[in-house]
Design a protein around this ligand. Structure first.
Ligand code: FE2
Length: 228
Protein backbone atom coordinates (compact mmCIF):
# COMPACT_ATOMS: atom_id res chain seq x y z
CA UNK A 1 0.00 0.00 0.00
CA UNK A 2 1.44 3.41 -0.92
CA UNK A 3 1.28 6.47 1.31
CA UNK A 4 -1.19 8.06 -1.10
CA UNK A 5 -3.72 5.29 -0.57
CA UNK A 6 -2.93 4.39 3.04
CA UNK A 7 -5.91 4.60 5.36
CA UNK A 8 -3.91 4.48 8.58
CA UNK A 9 -0.89 6.22 10.07
CA UNK A 10 1.65 4.94 12.57
CA UNK A 11 1.79 7.12 15.67
CA UNK A 12 3.53 6.77 19.01
CA UNK A 13 0.19 5.43 20.30
CA UNK A 14 0.06 2.80 17.50
CA UNK A 15 -1.72 2.52 14.17
CA UNK A 16 -4.60 4.95 13.80
CA UNK A 17 -7.25 5.33 11.10
CA UNK A 18 -7.09 8.56 9.14
CA UNK A 19 -10.88 8.65 9.04
CA UNK A 20 -12.54 6.22 11.47
CA UNK A 21 -15.69 4.63 10.01
CA UNK A 22 -17.70 5.75 13.02
CA UNK A 23 -17.07 9.46 12.32
CA UNK A 24 -19.95 10.98 10.35
CA UNK A 25 -20.02 14.45 8.85
CA UNK A 26 -23.14 16.31 9.91
CA UNK A 27 -24.77 19.60 9.01
CA UNK A 28 -24.96 22.36 11.56
CA UNK A 29 -28.16 24.48 11.73
CA UNK A 30 -26.79 26.25 8.66
CA UNK A 31 -26.08 23.36 6.30
CA UNK A 32 -23.08 25.03 4.67
CA UNK A 33 -21.33 24.48 8.00
CA UNK A 34 -20.23 20.87 8.48
CA UNK A 35 -19.19 19.12 11.68
CA UNK A 36 -17.20 15.97 12.42
CA UNK A 37 -16.25 14.88 15.94
CA UNK A 38 -13.33 12.52 16.51
CA UNK A 39 -13.45 10.33 19.60
CA UNK A 40 -9.85 9.04 19.49
CA UNK A 41 -8.30 12.28 20.73
CA UNK A 42 -6.60 10.70 23.76
CA UNK A 43 -4.36 8.78 21.36
CA UNK A 44 -2.80 11.83 19.73
CA UNK A 45 -3.83 15.12 21.35
CA UNK A 46 -1.19 15.17 24.12
CA UNK A 47 1.73 14.82 21.69
CA UNK A 48 0.15 17.24 19.22
CA UNK A 49 -0.40 19.89 21.90
CA UNK A 50 3.19 19.41 23.05
CA UNK A 51 4.42 19.91 19.48
CA UNK A 52 2.36 23.07 18.86
CA UNK A 53 3.59 24.69 22.05
CA UNK A 54 7.19 23.71 21.28
CA UNK A 55 6.93 25.35 17.85
CA UNK A 56 5.30 28.54 19.14
CA UNK A 57 8.66 30.31 19.26
CA UNK A 58 10.16 28.56 16.23
CA UNK A 59 11.83 31.28 14.11
CA UNK A 60 10.50 29.85 10.84
CA UNK A 61 7.07 28.40 11.68
CA UNK A 62 5.99 30.49 14.67
CA UNK A 63 4.76 34.08 14.90
CA UNK A 64 3.63 35.88 18.03
CA UNK A 65 0.82 38.44 18.24
CA UNK A 66 -0.29 40.73 21.05
CA UNK A 67 -3.60 38.97 21.62
CA UNK A 68 -5.90 40.38 18.94
CA UNK A 69 -5.67 37.21 16.85
CA UNK A 70 -4.56 35.14 19.79
CA UNK A 71 -1.05 35.15 21.23
CA UNK A 72 0.66 33.11 18.54
CA UNK A 73 0.30 31.16 15.32
CA UNK A 74 2.35 28.19 14.15
CA UNK A 75 2.13 27.90 10.37
CA UNK A 76 2.29 24.95 7.97
CA UNK A 77 0.84 22.03 9.93
CA UNK A 78 2.29 19.62 7.36
CA UNK A 79 5.85 20.81 8.11
CA UNK A 80 5.87 20.12 11.84
CA UNK A 81 7.78 16.86 11.53
CA UNK A 82 5.22 15.22 13.78
CA UNK A 83 3.06 12.16 12.93
CA UNK A 84 0.21 13.44 15.08
CA UNK A 85 0.20 16.67 13.07
CA UNK A 86 0.26 14.68 9.85
CA UNK A 87 -2.79 12.76 11.07
CA UNK A 88 -4.89 15.82 11.73
CA UNK A 89 -3.69 17.41 8.48
CA UNK A 90 -4.79 14.31 6.56
CA UNK A 91 -8.12 14.38 8.35
CA UNK A 92 -8.71 17.99 7.29
CA UNK A 93 -7.95 17.16 3.65
CA UNK A 94 -10.20 14.12 3.85
CA UNK A 95 -13.07 16.23 5.18
CA UNK A 96 -12.68 18.59 2.23
CA UNK A 97 -12.79 15.59 -0.16
CA UNK A 98 -15.86 14.13 1.49
CA UNK A 99 -17.89 17.31 1.84
CA UNK A 100 -17.23 18.63 -1.66
CA UNK A 101 -17.12 15.22 -3.35
CA UNK A 102 -13.82 15.92 -5.03
CA UNK A 103 -10.52 14.07 -5.31
CA UNK A 104 -8.65 17.36 -5.59
CA UNK A 105 -7.39 19.57 -2.78
CA UNK A 106 -4.81 22.32 -2.50
CA UNK A 107 -3.75 23.78 0.84
CA UNK A 108 -3.35 27.54 0.54
CA UNK A 109 -2.39 27.91 4.19
CA UNK A 110 -2.57 25.94 7.41
CA UNK A 111 -1.77 27.11 10.91
CA UNK A 112 -2.41 26.71 14.60
CA UNK A 113 -3.83 29.43 16.83
CA UNK A 114 -2.80 29.72 20.46
CA UNK A 115 -4.98 31.85 22.73
CA UNK A 116 -4.20 32.77 26.30
CA UNK A 117 -6.03 34.74 28.99
CA UNK A 118 -7.42 37.94 27.44
CA UNK A 119 -6.94 36.93 23.79
CA UNK A 120 -9.67 37.22 21.15
CA UNK A 121 -10.14 37.53 17.39
CA UNK A 122 -12.35 40.17 15.78
CA UNK A 123 -14.84 39.25 13.00
CA UNK A 124 -13.16 38.32 9.72
CA UNK A 125 -13.38 36.13 6.62
CA UNK A 126 -10.60 33.99 5.18
CA UNK A 127 -9.28 34.96 1.77
CA UNK A 128 -7.78 32.97 -1.10
CA UNK A 129 -9.84 29.89 -0.26
CA UNK A 130 -13.08 28.08 -0.95
CA UNK A 131 -13.45 26.25 2.31
CA UNK A 132 -11.91 26.69 5.72
CA UNK A 133 -11.54 24.08 8.42
CA UNK A 134 -11.05 24.63 12.13
CA UNK A 135 -10.07 21.82 14.47
CA UNK A 136 -10.57 22.30 18.19
CA UNK A 137 -7.51 20.74 19.77
CA UNK A 138 -7.70 22.17 23.27
CA UNK A 139 -10.45 24.50 24.40
CA UNK A 140 -9.06 24.89 27.90
CA UNK A 141 -12.49 24.12 29.40
CA UNK A 142 -11.28 21.23 31.58
CA UNK A 143 -9.17 23.73 33.47
CA UNK A 144 -12.14 26.05 33.91
CA UNK A 145 -12.16 27.32 37.45
CA UNK A 146 -12.62 31.05 37.53
CA UNK A 147 -12.65 34.03 35.22
CA UNK A 148 -15.60 35.65 33.53
CA UNK A 149 -17.37 32.56 32.25
CA UNK A 150 -20.94 33.68 32.91
CA UNK A 151 -23.21 32.82 30.01
CA UNK A 152 -20.31 31.48 27.98
CA UNK A 153 -18.42 34.79 27.91
CA UNK A 154 -14.72 34.33 28.52
CA UNK A 155 -14.59 30.85 27.02
CA UNK A 156 -13.14 31.76 23.63
CA UNK A 157 -16.22 30.65 21.70
CA UNK A 158 -15.92 30.43 17.94
CA UNK A 159 -18.95 32.19 16.47
CA UNK A 160 -20.28 33.21 13.08
CA UNK A 161 -21.25 36.87 12.71
CA UNK A 162 -22.39 36.92 9.11
CA UNK A 163 -25.50 38.77 7.84
CA UNK A 164 -25.82 36.16 5.08
CA UNK A 165 -26.54 33.45 7.65
CA UNK A 166 -30.13 33.15 8.82
CA UNK A 167 -28.97 31.86 12.19
CA UNK A 168 -27.22 35.20 12.82
CA UNK A 169 -30.27 37.23 11.75
CA UNK A 170 -33.07 36.12 14.08
CA UNK A 171 -34.95 39.41 14.06
CA UNK A 172 -34.69 40.69 10.51
CA UNK A 173 -33.22 39.27 7.31
CA UNK A 174 -29.63 40.34 6.68
CA UNK A 175 -29.45 42.19 10.00
CA UNK A 176 -26.77 40.47 12.06
CA UNK A 177 -28.03 40.51 15.63
CA UNK A 178 -27.14 37.07 16.93
CA UNK A 179 -23.59 35.69 16.79
CA UNK A 180 -23.68 31.91 16.96
CA UNK A 181 -21.81 28.73 16.32
CA UNK A 182 -21.74 25.04 17.18
CA UNK A 183 -20.90 24.23 20.79
CA UNK A 184 -17.33 23.13 20.28
CA UNK A 185 -15.55 20.29 22.04
CA UNK A 186 -12.01 18.99 21.86
CA UNK A 187 -11.82 16.81 18.75
CA UNK A 188 -14.45 18.71 16.72
CA UNK A 189 -13.60 19.57 13.11
CA UNK A 190 -15.64 22.34 11.51
CA UNK A 191 -15.74 23.14 7.80
CA UNK A 192 -17.39 26.25 6.34
CA UNK A 193 -17.28 28.52 3.30
CA UNK A 194 -14.21 30.72 3.82
CA UNK A 195 -16.09 33.96 3.16
CA UNK A 196 -18.41 33.51 6.15
CA UNK A 197 -17.60 36.10 8.79
CA UNK A 198 -16.58 34.57 12.12
CA UNK A 199 -14.80 35.53 15.33
CA UNK A 200 -13.45 34.16 18.59
CA UNK A 201 -14.88 35.63 21.76
CA UNK A 202 -12.44 36.68 24.47
CA UNK A 203 -10.74 33.80 26.22
CA UNK A 204 -10.26 33.99 29.98
CA UNK A 205 -9.43 30.49 31.16
CA UNK A 206 -6.17 29.42 32.79
CA UNK A 207 -4.58 27.12 30.18
CA UNK A 208 -3.91 27.70 26.49
CA UNK A 209 -6.75 27.39 23.96
CA UNK A 210 -5.40 25.75 20.79
CA UNK A 211 -7.07 25.33 17.42
CA UNK A 212 -5.78 24.37 13.98
CA UNK A 213 -6.97 25.92 10.71
CA UNK A 214 -6.76 25.23 7.00
CA UNK A 215 -7.68 27.31 3.95
CA UNK A 216 -8.41 24.92 1.11
CA UNK A 217 -9.22 24.97 -2.60
CA UNK A 218 -9.52 22.32 -5.25
CA UNK A 219 -6.71 23.94 -7.24
CA UNK A 220 -3.76 26.15 -6.20
CA UNK A 221 -4.34 29.92 -6.08
CA UNK A 222 -1.64 32.10 -7.70
CA UNK A 223 0.53 34.12 -5.35
CA UNK A 224 1.40 33.53 -1.73
CA UNK A 225 -0.85 33.63 1.34
CA UNK A 226 1.85 35.11 3.60
CA UNK A 227 4.36 37.90 3.05
CA UNK A 228 7.84 36.64 2.20
FE1 FE2 B 1 -10.69 32.71 11.11
Amino acid sequence: MTQATATTLALEAGEIEIWPQSVAIQDWIEPTVKIAVFEDTARFHPRLIERVLALETDPVLGKTFPGYVGSAKVYHVDRWNCPEAELIHRRALEMFHRVLGTDKVSVDLSWSNIYRNGDYCLPHSHVRSTASIVYFLELGLDAESDGDTHGGAGRGRFMFTDPRMKVCCREEAQAMTTPGGPIACNGMMLMFPSALVHMVDVYRLPGPRITLSWNLNEDPVPGAPLPA
